[in-house]
Ligand binder design. Structure first.
Ligand code: ADP
Length: 266
């Protein structure tokens, strides 16, 4: 059964171009990010949207797996050629997180928030993960693929993740996945345009309003060490600035760290 049809969500779009062409919508794919990355690397697509009912090899950061069972979520990626210098591409992660958070809040009223760098959380648990990957097209231009895995129906995540994962249906009368897709793509186009126009400044207000990390005490976990501090702000390249107990400011890049709250996941 497949009810994620472009014909159902395209009429709801308010975008200029995103989602209007270059759409791949299939029942089963390995990973929507992988499909778009391969097309972009071969120069066969420069902007597009890829979604499916289920992924057989959904991925999170650092080669972690992302559970994406049939019909339970919005497993979707967007391919973009943003007009941004390479060091600013992490800002597209913020754009995707802002767009998803705004779409969820607008359609459901759920108090969704952004956990730095790449998760949308609600009720202290992960509702949506964002995976940003970048590469170069044959013409030398840089592309980015922003993947989002949004848990919509129960069963989207395995029971062992119940303490840190949640699905929209557990929090509200979930809207249709088609409505969520259209709202997300519309918000994403707007956020990316704002970032292209003035980098972090273009999206800082939305990011600050929606963040659940800034102003809170966090634990930073990396393969090398763990430390705690207060997440004070993000800098222009998307790094998190954490003030340690000794008063030192540490700059944390998303690369290989995880951030947790002191009492739990958020
Ligand atoms: P982190 O939470 O450390 O930022 P990632 O963003 O890389 O991790 O996401 C991968 C992790 O998310 C997996 O290791 C798993 O714990 C969890 N996960 C996998 N599938 C889901 C899902 N559908 N919903 C919520 N969490 C998931």
């Amino acid at each position: 059964m497949q009810d994620l049809l472009p014909a159902a969500w395209q009429p709801l779009l308010t975008t200029c171009s995103l989602g209007r062409e270059g759409v791949i919508c299939q029942h089963t794919l390995t990973s929507t990010n992988t499909v778009l990355k391969e097309l972009a690397r071969r120069g066969e697509m420069s902007q597009g949207v890829c979604l499916c009912e289920m992924q057989t090899a959904g991925r999170g950061r650092l080669d972690r797996s992302w559970s994406s069972p049939e019909g339970r979520g919005v497993w979707m990626s967007v391919l973009l050629r943003p007009q941004l210098p390479p060091e600013k591409t992490p800002l597209v992660t913020f754009c995707a997180a802002i767009a998803m958070t705004k779409a969820i809040r607008r359609l459901t009223g759920v108090d969704a928030r952004i956990k730095w760098p790449n998760d949308v959380v609600a009720d202290g648990r992960k509702l949506c993960g964002v995976l940003l990957e970048a590469g170069f097209a044959p013409d030398g231009g840089m592309f980015v693929v922003a993947g989002t895995g949004l848990n919509v129906r129960s069963g989207a995540y395995p029971p062992e993740l119940a303490d840190r994962a949640v699905a929209l249906e557990e929090l509200c009368d979930a809207p249709s996945r088609n409505e969520l897709i259209a709202a997300y793509l519309s918000e994403l186009e707007e956020a990316v345009s704002a970032a292209e126009a003035s980098y972090l400044e273009g999206i800082a207000q939305s990011y600050h309003e929606l963040s659940c990390t800034l102003g809170h005490e966090v634990q930073v976990l990396s393969p090398a060490e763990t430390f705690t501090g207060v997440a004070e702000s993000v800098d222009g390249d998307g790094a998190l600035l954490v003030r340690t107990g000794a008063g030192e400011i540490r700059r944390v890049l998303a690369g290989d760290v995880s951030v947790r709250g002191l009492m739990g996941y958020v």
